[in-house]
Design a protein around this ligand. Structure first.
Ligand code: SF4
Length: 75
């Protein structure tokens, strides 16, 4: 089975979203709607809130569909 992965990056971090894992609880869109947007593509806007707020919200995702990592700095 093919896995569809959505990936969103800014200069600091990368968020990945796995739609097959998402249980559509809507928690991300309810609690941080400037970043996790229901009706706009791309649906994750990393300019919508400070990075720490986005990371905190990702950590609350009940299904694990949202994940993040800090981008490696290029020396
Ligand atoms: S919080 Fe996680 S499980 Fe809930 S809608 Fe967002 S991505 Fe899906």
């Amino acid at each position: 089975m093919e896995t569809i992965m959505n990936q969103f990056s800014n200069s600091e971090m990368t968020i990945t979203y796995e739609p097959r894992v998402c249980i559509n609880a809507g928690r991300c869109a309810k609690e941080l709607s400037d970043v996790f947007r229901n009706s706009v593509i791309p649906w994750i806007d990393l300019d919508g809130a400070p990075s720490q707020s986005i990371i905190s919200q990702v950590q609350k995702c009940p299904s694990g569909a949202l994940k993040f990592h800090i981008n490696q700095k290029v020396a």
